[in-house]
Design a protein around this ligand. Structure first.
Ligand code: GLC
Ligand code: MG
Length: 508
């Protein structure tokens, strides 16, 4: 066991060279007095190590057969918060940059249908090779509040306060280069003085940021106020940008700031790192999103229900662009619609692909002998969970054939560790759900999967980790950390079967 753990530790610790692997392995095996005869081979992108060893215990010598593991060097699109490198390790297939209020989040949809549908699609088809970016007018404080109310995924990075703050990773490290750039020629105190001199109503303290002063004004006075304020700030030597959104909000920013400028900065940074995305899709609904659509080379979606100021911009500037889509559907459903219309990748989530026989595979499962395509284990995790939830909610037909979608992918002898600390046969756990069809039909459970990651541990053996969230009407959301081991299996919907699952409840 110790040696297996050592192998896994090595497998998870790039950068790799064969010598630390051997050192770790030798250390792990030392207590059982063995001689190790390793052979290391480098394959394209992978490292294989075969070894045999002699093991002497109580004077008896055993010769164990050969063992093998392979370390995958494939790395997925990601963000390195410490180095402030974006997508440093791979080229993202899609970078989706979305506004939040009334774009990703529909404040009128209390059951979050569109958002959950987007989450389902993203976790199944995009999380392994694409980047999710939120670009919002909100400050970090107001964004954090929104996350408690809506089932939002965790993005790779966030652009806050109308493109004035770019923050990376879980700790939301600000991009210092961006801060330095915006500092030039900006003076927040002067802006505040002029805003007060015009008697404008400032927004909440949380929304007044180092590079953003925001107030609320009457729509009818907007043109006049914007003209006067621009002139006065210019006279005081400031180069600013004024953005009017939602027919009420006025943001004063440094000239070089804004959602569009921040995205252009990010893309330039990624280009320098050699990790610019293959495609970018920007998504918005209001005035402060206009700039996003003007960034060179991006695709864009104006979601259904967009504000007048953005629709007007579209009529004048966007109508004839084949890269812009004016969605019929509202918010996150409009984003899913645009992914399909603009041919940016799969647009049917497992939720949408489900029929009475289970879930139609999104792509052909891998052929025997071929390397498992990256992302299939993640897709299996999302599909399985989606089907399981639909079964409990009574949203798929109650018949043994359709239930087989679940049992047919469980390896014999596999186990599950429950959040309450009980280990059970995985097949038994799944089978026991057959009689529970429709159990939650009156209070439907909604599930979403966040932070999903897949890693190949050995040839055809995959580890998937994710955060699973559950909620149902009138109850608090519950979260779990989950880990599963899957392995290649021909003839299953995604070419893999389940070996083990482990769930632990989250504290918050
Ligand atoms: C968000 C921000 C607000 C800003 C508005 C428009 O609502 O909280 O400060 O004025 O977006 O950009
Ligand atoms: Mg919005």
């Amino acid at each position: 066991m110790a040696s297996l753990q050592a192998c896994i530790a090595v497998a998870r610790a790039p950068p790799l060279s064969h010598s630390p692997c051997l050192a770790l392995l030798a250390r792990a095996l030392r207590p059982i007095r063995c001689t190790l005869r390793p052979q290391v081979r480098f394959l394209s992108g992978d490292m294989a190590m075969d070894w045999s060893f002699n093991w002497t215990a109580q004077g008896v010598s055993f010769r164990r057969g050969e063992m093998r593991f392979r370390v995958s060097l494939k790395e997925e699109a990601s963000v390195d918060a410490k180095d402030q490198r974006v997508g440093a390790k791979a080229i993202p297939k899609l970078m989706l940059v979305s506004d939040l209020d009334n774009t990703m989040v529909d404040h009128l949809d209390k059951s979050h249908t569109g958002l959950l549908r987007f989450n389902n699609l993203w976790a199944a088809e995009y999380a392994h090779n694409s980047l999710l970016v939120f670009s919002t007018g909100r400050s970090l404080e107001k964004y954090t509040q929104l996350r408690t109310q809506f089932p939002l995924l965790t993005p790779a990075l966030c652009i806050f306060s109308v493109g004035t703050e770019i923050c990376y990773g879980a700790n939301m490290e600000p991009d210092q280069d961006w801060v330095n750039y915006l500092n030039e020629g900006w003076n927040q105190a002067v802006v505040l003085e002029e805003v007060k001199r015009l008697n404008l109503r400032l927004q909440d303290d949380s929304e007044i940021r180092p590079h953003k002063v925001s107030c609320q004004i009457d729509k009818k006075d907007a043109t006049e106020i914007i003209d006067t304020l621009s002139k006065r700030l210019k006279d005081r030597g400031l180069n600013v940008k004024l953005i009017f959104s939602h027919g009420i909000d006025l943001d004063v920013l440094p000239k070089g700031a804004g959602k569009g400028e921040a995205l252009a900065f990010l893309l330039q940074k990624m280009r320098r790192e050699g990790s610019a995305p293959q495609e970018t899709l920007v998504c918005g609904d209001s005035g402060n999103d206009i700039e996003l659509f003007e960034v060179e080379g991006v695709n864009g979606v104006i979601v259904g229900g967009a504000m007048e100021e953005l629709r007007q911009w579209y009529d004048i500037n966007g109508k004839h662009s084949s890269r812009l889509h004016l969605a019929k559907e509202r918010c996150a459903s409009g984003i899913v619609e645009a992914i399909g219309e603009l041919s940016l990748g799969p647009h049917l989530s497992p939720f949408d692909r489900m029929n009475s026989n289970g879930i139609q595979p999104a792509v052909k499962a891998s052929e025997k002998g071929q390397l498992t395509p990256s992302g299939v284990a993640q897709r299996e995790v999302v599909e399985f969970n989606t089907f399981f939830t639909k079964w409990m909610n009574g949203e798929v037909p109650n018949n043994p054939e359709s239930f087989q979608r679940l049992t047919s992918v469980i390896a014999s002898g596999s186990t599950m560790v429950y959040p309450w600390g009980v280990e059970q046969s995985l097949l038994q756990s799944v089978t026991s759900a057959q009689s529970k069809h429709g159990l939650t039909k009156d209070k439907k459970i909604r599930v979403w999967i966040d932070c999903i990651q897949e890693q190949e541990l050995a040839n055809g053996v995959l580890m998937v980790t994710w955060h699973s969230w559950q909620m149902s009407e009138g109850t608090e959301r519950k979260g779990y950390f989950a880990t599963a081991i899957l392995r290649e299996k021909e003839g299953t919907p995604n070419g893999v079967e389940w070996l083990r699952v482990h769930e632990t409840p989250r504290k918050s």
